[in-house]
Design a protein around this ligand. Structure first.
Ligand code: GLN
Length: 447
């Protein structure tokens, strides 16, 4: 059914870079045979899942939507892929993204842009736009994305699906192609909160292959879906409901506050005073880490190599100039500048200090509240081409999501209503490893 749907709509939506039909049908057949033989199957056995094309899949091309990796076939699986396999889930394909996950609209893909299934003239959000669009259009049941500054939550909001960024360290990053290693985190896309909790169960947990993976007792997230939120304390940071938020979006969030209040939550305004500094800090830290992580693409060991080079240095330069797109180059230049001798203290070090202030804001708020709430994005899905020539406009779309990554905390986008004909996501943010509170509230709200 999923492949029929892909055949029907993906020519227009363009959610997939690679569709793995043959392998998937074989995998599905195996699960079915096991089912018929009466084997006990894991909860997600046989369920179709799409994976953002920046997670390594053994024997299956992994491009990061970049010319520099367009023929790269990894010899190993990311840990999350092994976990999906262990669950006997069926990988249906690899989804489109902004090149190396840098962007908010999926327009920075070196291959093609993805469309928003609600209005095909609009973007699906980004960078995990392909995964969000694939779930929203019924081309898959579940999907994985990665979130460095909002790349799961914002496309989930724009496409009207559930998307969750877990606590930093909750899901292994082994085999996730690194963008900004101290911020990147893999997470689930689903049609509802229950499916999201099930996929989170499948991918969470400690992994010795990732030195930043946290050893912790992983709960069964499905158990937290009991609809019970009476007495839960929720803060609404006024910095996330200010003038920059579209009126239509604010209206949906205010209605959501009424719904949660009706369910017995105690909700009041609060403050995260350093929120306005999160964006400049993020756009120093993320490019700084990216400039270092992307140094490995030099045309030597793997990836694109220019044919035109005269000598070795020329080969590095031409391979990188021809292989990377304009946004990736912009980030490499920004990051290299911020890390260079003489500027390091003024920019990178300063940004790290601001990061601590942002984190302290959250710590303070979570002394008082179980959750924080606001919009995921200041707007609904915008038209393709509207912001692509103005990087600052594009960066501003992440204003509500970036601080969560700087602090390393978990957060979800859950569909909350419509503004005009377009979906709006409610942003619920929790304490480190507070995924259960987030899921409990999101589930109660969804009912
Ligand atoms: N849009 C942000 C950026 O371009 C966030 C991307 C992400 O979360 N991967 O960096």
């Amino acid at each position: 059914a999923v492949f029929n749907r892909i055949e029907q709509v993906d020519e227009r939506i363009r959610a997939f870079i690679t569709v793995t039909r043959e392998q998937a049908l074989q995998q599905a057949k195996k699960v079915d045979q096991a089912r018929l033989a009466g084997d006990k199957l894991p909860p997600l056995a046989g369920i179709p899942v799409a994976v953002k094309d920046n997670m390594c899949t053994r024997g299956i091309r992994t491009t990061c939507a970049s010319k520099i990796l367009y023929q790269f076939v990894p010899p190993y699986n990311a840990t999350v892929i092994d976990r999906l396999n262990k669950e006997q889930m069926v990988l249906v394909g690899k989804t489109n993204l902004d090149e190396f996950a840098m962007g908010s609209s999926c327009e920075n893909s070196a291959f093609f842009p993805t469309s928003n299934p609600w209005d095909e003239t609009r973007v699906p959000g980004g960078s995990s736009g392909g995964s969000a669009a694939a779930v929203a259009s019924g081309e898959t049941v579940l999907a994985l994305g990665s979130d460095t500054g909002g790349s799961i939550r914002q496309p989930a909001s724009f496409c009207g699906v559930v998307g969750m960024k877990p606590t930093y360290g909750a899901v292994s990053r082994y085999g996730l192609v690194a963008y900004a290693s101290s911020l990147d985190q893999i997470g689930p896309f689903a049609r509802d909160v229950t499916d999201c909790a099930l996929l989170l169960n499948a991918i969470c947990g400690h992994d010795p292959l990732d030195s930043t993976s946290a050893p912790y007792d992983q709960p069964d997230y499905k158990m937290s879906l009991n609809g019970e939120i009476k007495g839960m304390k929720i803060g609404v940071p006024r910095e996330m409901m200010g003038d920059g938020i579209d009126a239509g979006v604010r209206e949906v969030i205010e209605k959501a506050i009424d719904v949660l209040t009706g369910l017995g939550a105690f909700i009041e305004e609060t403050t995260l005073p350093h929120t306005e500094y999160a964006l400049p800090a993020y756009y120093l830290i993320a490019p700084a880490e990216a400039s270092s992580n992307l140094a490995r693409y030099d045309g030597v060991a793997y990836g694109y190599r220019s044919e035109k080079a005269q000598d070795m240095v020329d080969m590095y330069m031409k391979s990188r100039s021809e292989g990377f797109g304009p946004e990736v180059k912009r980030r490499i230049m920004l990051g290299t500048y911020a890390l260079s001798a003489g500027y390091y203290d003024a920019y990178y070090n300063q940004a790290l200090k601001v990061r601590t202030l942002v984190k302290n804001d959250f710590d303070r708020a979570f002394n008082k509240y179980d959750l924080l709430l606001g919009p995921v994005a200041p707007c609904t899905a915008f038209k393709r081409g509207e912001k692509i020539d103005d990087p600052m406009q594009m960066y501003l779309v992440d204003i509500c999501t970036l601080s969560v990554n700087l602090a390393g905390i978990p957060a979800i986008s859950v569909p909350a209503g419509m503004s005009g004909n377009l979906p709006v996501g409610l942003h619920l943010m929790g304490k480190p490893f507070g995924e259960e509170d987030i899921l409990r509230a999101a589930y109660a709200f969804e009912q």
